[in-house]
Structure formats: C-alpha cells, structure tokens
Design a protein around this ligand. Structure first.
Ligand code: GRG
Length: 289
C-alpha cells in the first residue's frame, strides 16, 4: 500500500507541472499534494493488478481520479458549500489562495484529469480510453457526484423531497460511493476483464463507498482534528443529515459492520492483501476488533 501511495505521489507531482500563470498551478498542487489517504487511486491500481492487468497503464487514470476527488474537496470546503477552513491538516485551498482561485483550481483539476487520461495512457487502445473518459464524466457529473452534493446542501436547509432514509442513501451513493465505483470500474476496464466481473466489483464498490461514508460520519462524532485533519463535529452542529444523526451512533456502527462484512465476502474471492488491509483498518477503527 505504501509503495502504491509513493508511486501515486510521484506521478501526481510529475503530471502537474507548474507554469505561467503560476498561481493557478500552485493552488491546484497545494491540496493535491497534501497527505491524503490516496484511497481512490490505490483502489484503481489494485483492481487492475489483482485482475492481472498492467499497473503502469492504470497510473494516469488513478491520478486523474485523485484530481477529481481533490477538486470535490476544494469546492466542498468553499464558504458557499460546507465552509471548512481546514483540509488534510492544513488551511483549506480558499484560505490560502482566495475564493476565486480555489474555484478555478477545482475547475482546472476537473478538466485536466480527463486530459491526462487521454494524453498519458500509453498502451491502452482508443476504445479503452473512451470507456475510461466515459466512466469519468458519468461519475463526476450531474447524474452522480454533483447530484449528491446538491441533495446534501438541500437537505441541510431542511428541504427533503424523499424520506430521510432515501435522501441519505441518495447522498451517500452519489457523493461518496460514486468515487469508489469510478476507480474500481476503471481499474477493471484497464485490466480488460468481462462485464460480469465488473458488475460484481461494482457491487463491492457501492457497499464499500457506503460503508466509508458511514465511517466518515461516525468519525466526525468520535475522532479529533489531529486524526482527521479537518474540523470535527461540524455535521452535528450544522444539523446535517448523516447516518449518526438519523440512526444514532450504535445503529450506524451496526450498519457499517454489516456492509464491511459484505465487502470482505466479495474481496475474499480475489487475491488482494491491499483491499483486505483497507477494510481491516476501517473496521478496527470503528468496531475495535
Ligand atoms: C464534480 C463539478 C463537481 C463538483 C463536485 C463539491 C462536490 C461537487 C461534491 C462534494 C463531494 C465530497 C466532498 C464528498 C465527501 C466524500 C468524503 C468522505 C471525502 C473524504 O475522503 P477521504 O477521507 O479524504 O478519502 P482524503 O483527504 O484522505 O483523500
């Protein structure tokens, strides 16, 4: 896992060259190069590897997905969205570069990412690249990530079109699970495997993404700034619809445990120490087993 993270860090630094006008590239690179967990690029690389594909060919897509993730973090922290002053243990992008540059840095990451897939995916066919860019646009756009964020913001203002349970599932599936599905589906596409396996892994990605958001909701309640690198307790204070606010801490832990067990059942069919390690870490932190 550490080796994959190192590889991703090196490639991110290499792909994103600072040039004129430097301010925008510095803003893009600032949040991108802060120490995140790199879960999404690692999931992409590991999916390709465990399915017998060439990890090198997955690197541009893995890095592109991290850029999309970082874009969503930068925009999420803006005063007009979640209004958070800290991210990855440091002041948020807009706190350092100002709101205009933070908006533009997010936009620039969002658009540079598919450019990277197209320009750097040596050894992949045009058809595969088209499929990857299609996956990227599907999950980044108004039918997934953006939809999740819109409903999240609406629900904070008390506007619920569906039941709270359905609303919460919609938010989590689109805000978080979408960016778990994207790397896993792309990793499988790069490995060139059949659609049945992709569907099984997609099912894993949805459950894992949902479990991860419940983990994130629980951590907002039980963790510290030092551990998470962002403001703690904000969800509770802003009256946000979360697993913990809807179901309570104990029930949320139970739901998390059930989903994580389902994830183990799928992952155990594949040869992946890395996926098992990630699941172990999350499970141990929440359930302490
Ligand atoms: C795509 C144009 C466009 C907009 C995006 C702002 C927005 C719309 C969506 C917000 C999505 C968001 C911030 C979801 C939260 C998901 C989540 C749990 C993030 C934390 O992930 P970690 O813990 O973070 O993996 P690190 O920093 O470790 O990478």
């Amino acid at each position: 896992m550490k080796e994959l993270i190192k590889l991703v860090d090196k490639k991110l630094d290499e792909y994103l060259q600072i040039t004129y006008p430097e301010d925008i590239f510095k803003a893009m690179k600032y949040t991108l190069m802060l120490p995140g967990k790199r879960l999404r690029p690692v999931m992409c690389l590991e999916t390709t590897r465990m399915l017998g594909g060439d990890l090198e060919k997955a690197l541009p897509t893995a890095c592109a997905i991290e850029m999309l993730h970082v874009q969503s973090l930068i925009h999420d922290d803006l005063p007009c969205m979640d209004n958070d002053d800290f991210r990855r243990g440091k002041p948020s992008n807009h706190k350092v570069f100002g709101e205009a540059n933070a908006v533009l840095a997010g936009d620039a990451l969002l658009t540079f990412a598919p450019q990277l897939i197209i320009e750097k995916s040596e050894g992949l066919t045009c058809e595969t690249i088209l499929k990857l860019v299609h996956e990227y646009t599907k999950f980044a756009g108004a039918y997934a990530l953006i939809a999740g964020q819109v409903v999240d913001i609406e629900s904070e203002g008390g506007k619920l079109v569906k039941s709270p349970e359905e609303t919460l599932d919609f938010i989590h599936m689109n805000k978080t699970a979408a960016l778990f599905r994207l790397p896993i589906r792309c990793g499988a596409i790069i490995a060139g495997i059949d659609s049945n396996t992709i569907e099984e892994l997609d099912n894993f990605a949805m459950k894992f993404g949902l479990a991860f958001q419940i983990y994130d909701d629980i951590m907002d309640e039980i963790s510290s700034f030092e551990e998470l690198g962002k403001t703690i307790g904000k969800d509770k204070n802003s009256g946000k619809l979360t697993y913990v606010s809807l179901y309570g801490l104990e029930e949320s832990k139970k739901k998390f445990g059930l989903l994580i067990n389902d994830c183990y059942d799928i992952v155990n069919k594949y040869n992946s120490e890395i996926f098992k390690n990630i699941l172990d870490k999350l499970r141990d932190r929440i359930l302490g087993v």
